[in-house]
Write a protein that binds this ligand. Structure first.
Ligand code: SF4
Length: 301
């Protein structure tokens, strides 16, 4: 049999792969929503759409899931037009109208504020994101949204975990669900279980009209770029490692770390009772046995 596929076989294989990808994306998003009770009956979910691949994919998948979800919820897409030079302001309204879902474009010139306040050559992303967050929280209240959905994915969450460890000396990630800083909104990340390369393929397949997030001319955050490179390299060299680290974020054993606020080390007393699931200090092999840490997120269909 020839190893070279003819056009028909190649397109059949491509269609098969895309079908698998579609199923996986919808399954993982549905699973994250269920695991963290992200969307409840009667919710109005404000989906923040920036024009990047992740938020387009998030909206796309939520529109599809809504049709077959066991609960009834509404979606409203919101874009914040930050008045970056060259921002193609017609692109998102046209796309959102074509998807026939309600949307709101919020016009706020944060670009000028950031330009004025951040010294030349410094990265503007941190102030820009802070301003954007505040505006989106306010808009959510005005629109009567009960949930704010953001397009962060598994790899964003892993990058944040390592950034906090490497540069902030703390074990802190990016949660799939949280109460906003102002205490008035519930923020959800339905793409939490989705790997970025899957979103890249989905965006290409669905031909989303991507708007780059570099129109402002800001440099990418170098540390985040390095983190992304490190994680991609691990994924290439050690398949499954990222899934294992990700699963570990939901499998925390405070008694085997050293945060005295989470575990009462200072007042620890003997119990006199055998704990079969307890300390394995001398069983190095068992400690590392994969069976002790099952990977919950299956990516194969
Ligand atoms: S790249 Fe520009 S628009 Fe995007 S977060 Fe950074 S400063 Fe804001």
């Amino acid at each position: 049999m020839s190893a070279v596929l003819d056009d028909g076989q190649a397109s059949a294989r491509e269609a098969h792969e895309l079908n698998k990808l579609s199923k996986r994306l919808h399954r993982l998003v549905g699973q994250a929503i269920a695991d963290f009770n992200m969307i409840e009956d009667g919710d109005k979910v404000m989906v923040c759409v920036s024009g990047g691949k992740d938020s387009y994919a998030l909206l796309d998948i939520l529109i599809n899931l809504r049709q077959r979800a066991p609960v009834r919820f509404d979606l409203i897409a919101v874009n914040l037009d930050q008045k970056q030079p060259g921002f193609p302001e017609h692109v998102l309204p046209e796309y959102l109208a074509s998807r026939a879902i309600p949307f709101h474009i919020e016009n706020q010139d944060t670009y000028s504020i950031v330009k004025r306040l951040v010294p030349e050559g410094k990265t503007m992303c941190s102030l820009c994101s802070r301003l954007r967050r505040g505006i989106l929280y306010r808009v959510a209240g005005e629109l009567g949204a009960t949930k704010i959905a953001l397009g962060h994915h598994r790899d964003d969450m892993l990058q944040t975990l390592f950034m906090n460890m490497f540069f902030g000396s703390r074990l802190k990630g990016m949660p799939p669900k949280l109460v906003s800083d102002d205490g008035r909104n519930i923020v959800i990340r339905p793409l939490a279980y989705v790997a970025e390369p899957d979103l890249e393929r989905w965006a290409a397949h669905r031909r989303f009209p991507i708007i780059p997030c570099t129109l402002c001319g800001s440099q990418d955050n170098l540390q985040r770029v390095q983190m992304k490179k490190m994680l991609r390299e691990w994924d290439r060299q050690f398949p499954g490692r990222l899934d294992n680290i990700f699963t570990a974020m939901g499998n925390i054993v405070p008694s085997h770390l050293m945060d005295r606020k989470l575990y009462p080390f200072t007042t620890l007393q003997t119990t006199g009772v055998v704990n079969p699931a307890g300390d394995r200090a001398f069983d190095e092999e068992e400690d590392c046995a994969p069976a002790a840490m099952p990977v919950r997120i299956h990516r194969d269909d």
